[in-house]
Design a protein around this ligand. Structure first.
Ligand SMILES: *[C@@H]1O[C@H](CO)[C@@H](O)[C@H](O)[C@H]1NC(C)=O
Ligand SMILES: *[C@@H]1O[C@H](CO)[C@@H](O)[C@H](O)[C@H]1NC(C)=O
Length: 372
């Protein structure tokens, strides 16, 4: 098992066997030693670890103040969360240091353990794509932008094709979640919701084409996460509140929006299958964030979570979304008792639960720790 390469070589063979047995008895994940040397990740606020805050420089942002970061880092740190985000949990499980954001070190960083290119509010599609509907998105950072940054960094840290292929072959690419904002901004602008269906094939094709480009550059392991059950997100529940009880499912989530996410996810799954067939030498991991999040929507108490559809940080109202989360907002209790942090993004606790489902199964195909 290649994943045990990092065990000390000095031990006798029998000691290794004992160690392995103990690890198995303790039910440690098989990838404990880490099978990837680096993570390169792309996405939006779900995994941004500081690129957005770096980009806005001295500009004001609630992300620069507590209670953001209150739980794990105990200081604001560029994450849109009380603590760690999904890519942090992947790094920890793979025994890598936390992966730094790319932009603050883009001209100097050696990125020995990889880099994170995700940016708060980023879309999958370029902003020009939305012009045909007279629709604008708040920032011009798309998946294509992040891919361009990645190629610039690669050019610097691994110039030449041989070095580049070697580096990429030892790396895990986390490609998303991305595309969620393409829909969020449309729904948020109160545009006709049915029209968003037409974005799905374009967004899925966009993600697939960048995955193929990464494979062509030399990537051997790419994880592609799907979209969350947005109908269970407090900002959606308050923004699209309905008087019609049939608009809600048994968990008090908005059915239409969850169905919409499921449509996107079905198309994305098809694209991952297509990529697998076309690239037999590459591991493509489909991560089911939707399914993993529905676990704590269905059974919050099983995870120590109270009401899974109300925000921990915000204001009044049935979903605590009467005010955005910032330094003067109300924190309704211990973040670990909530799934939603600020009404739009999840808590360290929720990301921990989701990451476990991705690392060890049942919410990734194959489970991330078994992919090496
Ligand atoms: C596009 O949007 C702008 C500003 O929101 C508005 O003034 C304009 O009339 C719109 N054009 C069309 C064709 O809808
Ligand atoms: C926090 O947000 C509210 C609006 O949601 C705003 O009125 C208030 O000024 C903000 N506080 C700070 C410190 O930015």
């Amino acid at each position: 098992m290649a994943s045990f390469r990092c065990q000390h070589r000095s031990g006798s063979a029998s000691l290794s066997v004992v160690l392995i047995s103990v690890l198995l008895l303790l039910n440690f994940p098989v990838g404990l030693c880490g099978c990837y040397k680096r993570i390169f990740s792309f996405g939006d606020s779900i995994i941004d670890t500081g690129n957005f805050v770096h980009l806005i420089g001295n500009g004001p942002s609630a992300l620069k103040e507590l209670p953001y970061g209150m739980t794990f880092f105990r200081r604001p740190n560029g994450r849109v969360c009380d603590g760690r985000v999904l890519v942090d949990f992947y790094a920890l499980a793979l025994q890598l240091p936390l992966i730094p954001p790319n932009l603050p070190e883009k001209d100097t960083g050696g990125f020995p353990n990889g880099a994170n290119f995700a940016v708060f509010a980023a879309t999958a599609m370029p902003s020009d794509y939305f012009k045909r509907w007279n629709h604008t998105v708040p920032i011009k950072i798309s998946l294509g932008t992040q891919m361009q940054w990645f190629k610039e960094t690669l050019q610097r840290i691994a110039p030449g094709e041989g070095d580049r292929r070697q580096l990429l072959s030892e790396s895990l690419i986390v490609l998303g979640e991305i595309g969620g904002n393409d829909y969020n901004f449309w729904f948020g602008a109160r545009r006709p919701r049915e029209m968003a269906y037409q974005f799905i094939p374009d967004i899925v094709k966009c993600i697939g084409s960048y995955a193929q480009e990464l494979i062509n550059l030399g990537a051997k392991a790419i994880m592609i996460p799907n979209n969350f059950p947005i109908g269970c997100v407090p900002a959606y529940l308050s923004g699209f509140e309905s008087n019609n009880p049939t608009d809600y499912d048994e968990f008090h989530c908005l059915k239409w929006y969850n169905d919409f996410s499921a449509q996107h996810n079905q198309a994305l799954r098809g694209e991952v299958d297509r990529l697998r067939a076309a690239n037999p030498g590459t591991k493509l991991i489909y991560a089911d964030y939707y399914g993993a999040a529905m676990e704590f929507v269905r059974n919050p108490h099983g995870f120590g979570i109270g009401d899974p559809v109300v925000a921990c940080c915000g204001g009044e109202g049935p979903y605590h979304t009467g005010m955005g989360c910032n330094s003067t907002a109300k924190v309704w209790g211990k973040p670990g008792d909530f799934a939603s942090w600020d009404g739009m993004h999840m808590t360290d606790k929720a990301y921990d639960v989701i990451s476990q489902g991705v690392l060890n199964g049942a919410f990734a195909d194959p489970p991330l720790l078994r992919s090496c």
